[in-house]
Design a binder for this molecule. Sequence first.
Ligand SMILES: [Zn+2]
Length: 362
Amino acid sequence: MKRNLFERSSARRVVGALAAAAIGVCVAAGPAAAQLNPSYKKYSASQIAKIFDNGDIHVLPVQGNIYMIVAGDVNVVAQVGDDGILLVDTGKKELAEKLIETIRLRFENKPIRFIINTSVRPEHTGGNETVVKFIRNRGLGSGGGTGGDGGGNNTFRLIAHETTSNRMNGLLPGETEAPADALPTSTFFTEKKKIYFNNEPIEIISAPAANTDGDLMVFFRGSDVIASGDVFRTDSYPVIDAKRGGTVQGTLDALNRILDITVPEFNEQGGTRIIPGHGRLCNESDVDDYRNWMTIIKYRVEDMVKKGMTLDQVKAAKPSLDFDGVFAGNAPYIEAAYQDLTTIAKAAPAAKAAPSRGGKTK
Ligand SMILES: [Zn+2]
């Protein structure tokens, strides 16, 4: 419903991105850049964030077997069919009971056979314990191991990236162990894991060093829907969790990975749908815009780093100004971009740029 806020034709998008990139190369975001997207001024970032968080649960049929379950300000995804239910994430702990009740009533009490956690972040794993207890009370045992598909008919699996599992098990510095029922029972560390469920091939795709070091995206090939987790969201800038191995480049790589999969019906609309970790249901164009904008900001920060600006100076120069009306929380993204680039600069001191102008910036 808010889609038209973001829609532009492909041609305009390319021109807009190029123009903004050019502005980013020359100067920090200024009045000219702010004119690129005047319609965004209709809503403040905090208003947009509130639209998606009324503390209740709503179910939106997407296409094929897929339902988007809006649980407060977090999206849970359900794939539903004769074999049962597969959930992507379990939302926040405080909404878990409500989530179970909604799923039970809406999907005819079908068994939950899979949970896939897209990252370790608490708003995506917080409901694990309550949902798994509910599953166990129905007599389904956990199918462990690292390979294969769903196990037998009476099992369920909680799948996560190995690093996410290590974090939830308290094995990495700074992490505490989650309750036993909340822990993944099936992990992997390769680029991709494939399962087949409800007559549908499903690809669970690793997004290395994106928001964290254990992010996953889920591509439902038959339904043609991607559950992106937090590598893509419509309510804020990427929340890069640098302490947990997140990086800006990894997030941009993940956005490009999504665009590699999507096939639009027409003019970047329709076809493959993307359910973000937070925010509204999206088309390819939304991911394309987001990727372009986040890339532009990264290049602006890169330009400032090359000029030797400190993090405080970069923040004061407002490299994300023309997008701050659309998205909340620019600080973690700018900080992560700065840290990524200064880390790279330290690793390769010979590549430190001279302060002269007119050189290539990319
Ligand atoms: Zn999240």
